[in-house]
Structures are given as C-alpha cells and as structure tokens.
Design a protein around this ligand. Structure first.
Ligand code: S3P
Length: 431
C-alpha cells in the first residue's frame, strides 16, 4: 500500500521536563534549608512565574547550565513579598502559591494574566478558610487573591473534585498549621507533591485515598532529577499513532501511575505501544515507543481514569478522530475550567476540519465515520498551549500548513515542539 501522507515521523527524542514536578521542586527547594539543584527542569513561562514568585519571598534562584539552583536558609529566612506576586498563565503557580503563603503566615496578593483571572479559586479558598486562613477573592471566585496573615489549624477534608492543585495547596498550608491535616480523595489525582515532600524530609503519609500531613518545615535541600513530561510526550505519541510509517521513541518520560492514563488508552484501542520502565524509585520514568498501526479501536474515557489523563484530552480527541468507531469522553467537567473551556475549544476548532461531535456538559462523543477535510478557516489558540499543540498535530495529519492566530503560549510547557517534530520528520519515497 502506498502511504497517503508525504511525511512520516521516526526517531528517538526526549521531551522537556515535567511541568508539575518542576513547579513543586522550585517551591520545595525554596522552603528547604540548603541548596536544591533541579536537573533537566522544564524552563518555560509557567515555571518562570514560580521562580519569580519564590524570589520575591527572598530566595536565591539561578539558572546555571540548564539547571535550576536554589539557595535558601529555610522558612525563617523568607519574607513577606513587597509587591503583587504575578503568576501569568499558570494555574499551578497560582493555587500552590496560595497554599504556601497561607502556611507561611504572610500577607500577600496573587494575580495573573486575563486567563488566570477567569480561573476558579473558591476551590482553594474553602479548605484554606476551614484551616483558619483569610482568603479574599474577586467576584467571590477569581484572582486577584488577597491573603491575610492568620494562624492555621489542621483539618480533615474530603476533596469534592479530583484536583492536585487544590490538594497541593492544602498540603503546603498544612506544613504551617497547628496539628495534622487529613485529605481524603474520591478519585486520586497526581501525587507529585506527596512524593517530593517525603523526599525533602516532611512527615507525610499516604494510605489508599487518605493523605496525612504533619506540620513542620524540617526540609532539607536536595538534588531533584525531573523526568520528561508525559503530557508533552502525548503529542508525539499521537503523531506516531496516526501518521502512516511513523515510529517514535520518547526517552525518560514520567511513568507516574497517577499520570499514565494515556498509556491505558493506547492499550485500550490496540495501538502499537511499548513501555520500558527504567526507574521506579521516587518518580518512576522510562521510555515509550509508539508505532503507527491501522484499524485502531475507539475508546471510552470516564470515571477515575479522567484525572490520570486530564491534560491529554485535547490530543486524545485527535486520536479519537482516526479510530474506527465512536469514542466517548465523559465525567470531564473539569475541562470547562482549564486554561480555557477545553470542551468548547477542542470541539469548535476540530469542527473547522469537519469533525462531528455530540457535546455534553462534562465531555463529548467523537462520532463514527468522520468526514474530515483541511480546515476551512483560521484556527484559534484560546491562549491555551495544549489547544495549539493539538492543532499542530491535526494540521500535520491533514497535510496542511498551520494557520493559527497565535502560537506564543507554546512557551507555557513545550517551547520547542515545532523544532522537535521537525527533527523527527522523514520524507517518504513514494516509488
Ligand atoms: C496540575 C494539576 C491539574 C492539571 C494541571 C497541572 C498540577 O490541574 O490539569 O495542568 O501540577 O497540580 P487540577 O488540579 O486543576 O486538576
């Protein structure tokens, strides 16, 4: 059979460091005594927001040879910020930092760009105020966030939604509270904060769905090696799965069980995927190899699988368009409050290629027998890095040039994605 597409993508590559892990390493290094060196961190706009915020608390942070080097004398040496802490487009910085500031007993104001000013913050205000914090929001739910110095008590909190940002904000605040805090999750969200805090010396334990945090900042600086971000690898995995002749290996990617839902989906649809775990102490990581295969089956994604792949849903939707049958994504209401309303952005933009969906409040169905064509109008980024990257992969598959209003938000998590894709591109000889 002659390949229908001019290009195929082959080779071995590493993607940038994990965004969630890098944010946490910068924050924990800042709260710890001594030097913390972060190897292979993500250096991106979002991470710079966390670095700048921690610098404003008096921490010395330098970028040396692509490493982040943090020097801190621990929490006693930190000071209240004298200006607003600006968090740009970063939800993780905004929510985790609110917990850090509340725990430190500081006054501070946190604000970000116009996308952040539309992201819900009541979800962190509720548990933090139960602990005794004073958190003032704008229009009851949004940044700017005003935190007033108050002493905190430990609480028991049943998480109403699966959110690692909310969970982590509570954990950071719990370090500065009187008495232990217990957090009970219904569906388990990413656990990087818990793992890393334990490594830095905190008294924190996880038992099934319950996390117990004992207060105290007896943290010591350390070396942290950041694995590649599976949420960035996801774009290359789908590229390999849908472009005939492709075969891509992504090395040293995070294989944390709370983040590996995309691997479950690839197996569910019968994709050609091989996973080689290289390390399972601390943060597990390894290599993922994906080869193109015909006749992929459709998928159903819902329930506890959702938090394990929440950031991959835009690109998994592209994958769903090229399976044989109707794929379903439900229980994903959280997509409505990401960098943009991703249910709306994903479906609207892919509809420009003729894609057909049934849309619900908490997800959508990707209908059978798609009649896809080249996009008939300019694409929109919605100031959302994962929407832009989804559209990059979709336009490659449709053999089209990328015509989009703005690509600047690629700097949020994967600044070099276009170069990386180019490095994997191999022309196909048709003869
Ligand atoms: C993140 C948690 C998730 C995820 C986000 C990063 C984190 O958000 O979507 O990209 O680093 O804790 P929620 O906590 O809102 O689910």
């Amino acid at each position: 059979m002659i390949d229908k597409y001019k290009k195929r993508f082959r080779g071995t590559i590493e993607v940038p460091g994990d965004k969630s892990i890098t944010h946490r390493a910068v924050m924990l290094g800042s709260l710890s005594k001594g030097t913390t060196t972060i190897y292979r961190p993500l250096i991106s706009d979002d991470i710079l927001m966390t670095i700048d915020s921690m610098k404003q608390l008096g921490v010395s942070i330098e970028l040396i040879d692509e490493k982040i080097v943090i020097k801190s004398n621990g929490v006693e040496s930190l000071r209240e910020p004298s200006t607003i802490l600006y968090t740009g487009n970063s939800g993780t910085t905004t929510r985790l930092l609110t917990g850090v500031i509340a725990g430190l007993n500081f006054n501070a104001t946190i604000n970000g760009d116009e996308t952040i000013q539309k992201r819900p913050m009541q979800r962190i205000k509720t548990p933090l105020e139960l602990m005794g914090a004073s958190i003032e929001l704008t229009r009851e739910n949004f940044p700017p966030i005003n935190i007033k110095r108050k002493s905190l008590n430990g609480i028991t909190y049943h998480m109403p939604i699966a959110s690692a940002q909310v969970k982590s904000a509570i954990i950071f605040a719990a370090l500065g509270a009187k008495g232990p805090t217990r957090i009970i999750e219904k569906d388990i969200s990413r656990d990087h904060t818990e793992r890393m805090l334990e490594d830095f010396g905190a008294n924190i334990h996880t038992d099934g769905n319950t996390i117990t945090v004992h207060p105290g900042y007896n943290l010591l600086g350390k070396e942290v090696a950041v694995p590649g971000d599976i949420s960035s690898a996801a774009f290359l995995m789908v590229l390999a799965a849908i472009i005939p002749g492709s075969d891509i290996t992504i090395e040293n990617v995070s294989l944390n069980k709370t983040r590996d839902g995309i691997i479950t989906v690839f197996k569910m649809i019968g994709a050609d995927i091989k996973v080689l775990e290289r390390n399972n102490a601390g943060e597990p990581y390894g290599d993922i190899r994906v080869k193109y295969k015909e006749n992929l089956k459709p998928f159903i994604i819902d329930g506890p699988l959702i938090p394990k792949l929440i950031d991959e849903i835009p690109i998994l939707t592209v994958l769903g368009l090229f399976t044989n049958g109707k794929s379903i994504i439900r229980d994903a209401h959280e997509l409505r409050v990401k960098e943009t309303d991703r249910i709306l952005a994903v479906t609207r933009e892919l509809e420009k290629f003729g894609a057909d969906f049934n849309i619900y409040d908490d997800g959508f169905e990707i209908l059978e027998n798609q009649n896809l064509q080249k996009a008939n109008e300019q694409l929109k980024s919605y100031s959302d890095h994962r929407i832009i990257m989804m559209l990059i992969i979709m336009t490659i598959k449709m053999n089209q040039r990328l015509n989009i209003d703005d690509t600047s938000h690629l700097n949020v998590s994967y600044p070099n994605i276009l170069k990386d894709i180019e490095s994997l591109e191999k022309e196909v000889d048709y003869e």
